[in-house]
Design a protein. Structure first.
Length: 335
């Protein structure tokens, strides 16, 4: 099935700011397709050519095999350049490893990501514990180049590798009673140093959720890689959610449980501070965080003298594709 992406989420290669150390394309997808035929299907070695500054670590065999037939796409948000891998992998929020932006890169190597399994439960015909390679065995990996907008008003543009969450939904066959999906991050105090603290405010494990129609939307991705390689631990290895029209905290990392449920799940940040972090968390420049405006954002990389600040786009620039999901809602209240 071909899923056409509207013009707001695409641009021609000639419009992309050159990023020689990270972006080398020989063939370009014409027409902005998320799932379908592409201009060329590069091998794993070609992925290294596309991101020459990124050295892929040895990955599991199932990932290497899937890379050989991955769909590669050059759909970059208009007027953007891909964020350098160094910035995307060294500036992160992953509170299980610490509160500072450099803590995940510094400490997340302690997380053991092979082997990895995910518990599927709740209102489904095919519950069970699935090895990661079995979860995506019927899916072809796709490259998706998405904006990532943090609720803290900074942003990036990242080339993810993954498969549509809708593929997993079809695989496990949820009941019609399942209206939401609840996601849970790994909770391993012996590997995640910050979870051992008795003074933290977060009630581990970290939990997020989506409405079912959001989950099966074509933009919603389960990522297993980025920049032509497996996910670094600090970016949510080996499996994370990517929902590009929502603030980044919705894109939960290192997923170990996916539950299909009848009622809206209680999510971590919403439970901690509901006046600041809503369940939907759609990027909305007209609704400020109680402590700062969301109308502008700082695009990484930047510097003191060139902060690279720009206007925030409604739904992070994906409004033409997703605004219809919320046509009957007041997004100032259902934030």
């Amino acid at each position: 099935m071909l899923i056409k992406i509207a013009a707001s989420g695409q641009c021609r290669e000639s419009e992309v700011t050159p990023e020689a150390a990270y972006f080398s394309r020989r063939q370009v997808l014409v027409g902005a397709v998320l799932s379908g035929a592409v201009a060329g299907v590069p091998s794993l070695s070609s992925a290294s050519e596309r991101y020459p500054g990124v050295t892929p670590p040895p990955g599991p065999k199932w990932f290497t095999d899937k890379m050989a037939e991955a769909r590669w796409e050059a759909v970059v948000p208009e007027g953007e350049a891909i964020t350098p891998f160094k910035d995307a992998s060294q500036y992160n929020n992953f509170y299980e490893f610490g509160p500072d932006k450099g803590d995940p890169a510094r400490y997340a190597s302690a997380l053991k990501v092979e082997p990895w399994s995910v518990l599927i439960d709740g209102e489904v015909d095919r519950p069970g514990r699935y090895a990661l390679e079995d979860l995506c065995s019927e899916s072809r990996l796709e490259e998706r180049i998405y904006r990532l907008r943090c609720v803290e008003a900074w942003s990036m543009v990242i080339p993810w590798l993954g498969f549509p969450l809708a593929d997993l939904v079809r695989k496990v066959q949820p009941h019609s009673s399942a209206k939401f999906i609840r996601f849970e991050t790994a909770y391993r105090p012996e590997e995640m140093r910050r979870t051992r603290s008795g003074f933290g405010l977060i009630d581990w494990p970290y939990v997020e959720g989506l409405r079912m129609d959001e989950a099966v939307h074509p933009l919603t991705l389960l990522a297993v890689g980025m920049y032509g390689r497996t996910l670094p631990n600090q970016n949510g290895a080996p499996l994370r959610l990517v929902v590009p029209w929502k603030y980044g905290f919705k894109s939960i990392k290192s997923i170990v449980r996916i539950s299909f449920v009848r009622d809206q799940p209680a999510t971590t940040w919403q439970s901690m501070a509901p006046q600041e972090y809503g369940f939907y968390a759609n990027v909305n420049p007209r609704v400020s965080h109680p402590r700062w405006s969301q109308a502008r954002e700082r695009r990484l990389p930047g510097s003191l003298f060139s902060p690279n600040v720009r206007d925030t786009l409604p739904f992070n620039g994906y409004g033409e594709q997703v605004a219809g999901l919320y046509s009957s809602m007041d997004l100032a209240k259902d934030y």
